[in-house]
Design a protein. Sequence first.
Length: 410
Amino acid sequence: MIDLNTEIASFFLFHPDDLEHRRDWPSEWPLHGFAIVPEFTAGNFVAFDTGADATFRLRLTSGDLTDAEKAYARCFWDFRYKVRHGRVLIDGGDFLPAARESSLDDIDDEELKAQLRADVANRKPPEDQWFRIANGDYRVRVHAIDWEEVPGAVDRHGMAIKKALPAYVVQFREETNLTSIAVPPCMPRLEPDQSAGAVFHPLTPERPITPIEDDELPAKAPVFIAPHARLVPGYETPRLTVPAWFLKRLRSGDQEGPAVAVFVTANACPIVAPIGEVSEATGSTSGDWMAAFRLTQLVRVTKLDETSQGLIATIGPFRRPASEVEEGALKALQAAFANYARTSRSYAESVRYAQFEAGRVGAMRAPAAITDAILHHLDMPTAERERLLPLSDAERVVALKGLLDRAAGG
């Protein structure tokens, strides 16, 4: 029995060696079906959603449930699992193989960053989080137990008494046919008070974009020139050095409508360009700020004016032309990009979490999302990216496939 905290409303069962190939992926990789389903299928991973952040009591066993646990058991899910190392780790996310770089973004001191990286790399799980079990194939059934319904299970302070039942029992049973166990599409949600069965909330691989409605779009917006940035809706800009007055203008509410800026690579007009809003910002001793912006949609820029408050754009709505994309052409584009992601050094060096992003693109179904992603990830001249941005999906697919084919040909 172990009382274990989770701050991501999830628990994971694994051996770190079996997930070493996820070491360079973002820590949220288990939330995505394209990342987690292969691990479920291979028997490398057990993961379930608790529905809330909290400290939960868990019991791991190769035996049966107790009579009390059976009486209060509610829902469960079976997982494939291969024990290869004589023990497995139960974890609330602290020791999951993943990159932790995003948590260091706001730290400018490189020496401190290096020390923090070393601290994370050297951390070891407590011994009580390891469960020893013989190597072999197992059906791992996770039972949610409605322990709070047991009379006297909670003291007058609302805390579990020492003899309270676990919230979850993780049960190992030897299995001769792992393929007979269904693979879930994402982490099942197993809540102790949930008797109707596991619930699934799969995430779409497409990046969520909430564009501003035409009638809410400001007529004018400040302009930021980022000559070398990959400016594509749905993606964040790199962290840019931004004057304090620029951020102040965005946050002051002086402009009518949402607080957005236009992002361009050069002072040119008329053009089609993305607008974005601040996603994160940190100050510095120089007076400038380091800020990243989430780009939301393309707008038409009809005029640029030099003012005392910097460059101001006159903007209006823009819609890319509608088109039909054949499924075969889309799949061919995704296959070409997958090959590029495997073989391109520039891709690996320029795109954060490169292989995770490649997996995401491979799982996408919407042509706009696929072409946006490849426009962002593919190394190409800035002028070419800007030429392709306003085109229809069908035109983009043809052009991007051509660029990928040329890249593959060396």
